[in-house]
Design a protein around this ligand. Structure first.
Ligand SMILES: [Zn+2]
Length: 310
């Protein structure tokens, strides 16, 4: 499942090709990929016709493309992409070899006049595309990260309604560490569960949670309320630096499904200390890394340096 660094790689690739592009036509090959677009496939096709893509924005693992509709003065909607477990967003030249399991194709004319195809490929159909209306952010700051595109534009301080409940991620320049630390120490649930709670902070999934907890020497089930504020701030800072390193490396090569917008995979390498390291010696103390079943997934940890506290 893609996490923030993988989604950022996709965002960057899409932004390069799609910023300033115009959607000329839409082809729907599998309606199930529009399940979140409640107005239906016909509305989806009609609404996107001749819309201009203003940029590509990300908050946590959430990705959206603000749109300017033909003949409209104000920006009111965005195309929201959910990658789900196996979704991919690929950019191809018009007429390029088909990609297996393509569900939706947007035919676009790029800002430089190239005819391109944005292909939404999804094996398991947990992902989707939807057009959502934009609302103002609660704090009046930009909705998410767009790498400087859209500065000063009204749409920058908007966020899709369906994402408005998602907290800022640690890489967001308006992420408020003090506020997030207070939220974490107020929680009685296990710290990993809190880290994965997108209403507390976003962008941390199973892999980077295991890595951050290993780095901070915390057991995944230790309650947030059992931690000192100082320890929580350390954990947030560690999480941030792990995400930063993974973004710099372009994501982690953990999943065959994950590909960048050119369809390349397998060349990213981020060294992991806990996730997927079951049975290997801990890089800090040499004890064997263990995996325990946790909320239908797994948690990887060192039983010696990550002891449970109550
Ligand atoms: Zn250890």
């Amino acid at each position: 499942m893609p996490e923030l660094p993988e989604v950022e790689t996709v965002r960057l690739g899409l932004s390069q090709y799609l910023t300033g592009s115009i959607i000329r036509a839409v082809e729907i090959l599998d309606q199930r990929s529009l399940k979140r677009h409640l107005a239906g496939p016909k509305d989806f096709v009609k609404t996107l016709a001749d819309a201009t893509v203003l940029g590509v924005v990300r908050r946590g693992k959430f990705l959206w493309l603000p749109l300017r509709f033909a003949r409209a003065d104000v920006v009111t909607h965005a195309l929201v992409g959910h990658l789900g477990m196996s979704g991919q967003m690929l950019i191809r030249d018009h007429g390029a070899e088909p990609d297996k399991l393509t569900r939706v194709i947007l035919y676009v004319e790029s800002a430089t006049g190239d005819q391109l195809e944005f292909r939404f490929v999804d094996q398991r159909i947990f992902g989707s595309l939807q057009i959502d209306n934009l609302v103002e952010t609660e704090d009046g700051h930009p909705g998410g990260f767009s790498a400087g595109i859209g500065v000063g534009e009204v749409w920058q301080n908007l966020i899709p309604a369906s994402a408005a409940h998602i907290a800022r991620d640690p890489l967001d320049e308006h992420f408020d560490q003090a506020v997030v630390a207070s939220r974490i120490v107020a929680k009685n649930s296990g710290i990993k569960r809190v880290l994965l709670d997108q209403g507390v902070l976003s962008g941390i999934g199973n892999i980077y949670a295991d890595e951050a907890l290993w780095q901070a020497k915390l057991h995944f089930d230790t309650p947030g309320s059992a931690l000192t504020r100082r320890k929580v701030i350390e954990l947030i800072e560690v999480s941030k630096s792990i995400l930063e390193r993974a973004v710099a490396a372009g994501g982690t090569s953990f999943d065959e499904q994950y590909k960048n917008v050119n369809g390349e995979s397998g060349y990213f390498e981020v060294s992991l200390n806990a996730y997927g390291q079951t049975g290997k010696p801990c890089n800090r103390c040499g004890a064997e890394i263990r995996r325990e079943n946790w909320m239908n997934r797994g948690s990887h940890f060192c039983p010696k340096c990550q002891k449970l506290k109550h």
